[in-house]
Design a protein around this ligand. Structure first.
Ligand SMILES: [Zn+2]
Length: 135
């Protein structure tokens, strides 16, 4: 199932990638937004894209783990469960395929992970301070 943003990406693809103007999705989107998008269509993309970019940066630092196998988790947005229920986000284990559905939105996760990222950095700073002190 396509959400609104995916539909826009789809249209950008059809217009600029399928016609051979570019092979780059980001470039196709930029062209679509500049030339074709209605004001309504601008909104979901501009809200979501920087969030996804930020999320990728954070996930490089944090790397949430699977409860089952300790595999690395990957985030998916607009995930559907087996019954077709839609969740704003889900974590998928790259190792065992376990899926953790969540009602939190991408921006709520961003806030939470941002916080965790900061805590981790603080802890790391504490630990490295402690290491220099003889026991
Ligand atoms: Zn797993």
């Amino acid at each position: 199932m396509l959400d609104e943003r995916d539909e826009i990406i789809q249209r950008a693809r059809e217009k600029y990638i399928d016609t051979g103007l570019t092979r780059n999705v980001t470039e196709a989107l930029r062209l679509y937004l500049a030339n074709d998008a209605s004001p309504d269509e601008q909104i979901p993309l501009y809200i979501t894209t920087p969030e996804i970019r930020r999320m990728r940066e954070i996930l490089k630092q944090i790397r949430p783990r699977c409860d089952d196998c300790d595999g690395e988790l990957q985030m998916q947005t607009n995930a559907l469960d087996r019954d077709g229920k839609k969740y704003p986000t889900a974590w998928i284990c790259k190792k065992c395929g376990m899926i953790y559905y969540s009602d939190k939105s991408l921006s709520e996760w961003l806030k939470e992970l941002n916080h965790e990222d900061r805590e981790q950095k603080l802890r790391a700073a504490d630990e490295s301070d402690g290491a220099d002190v003889p026991a």
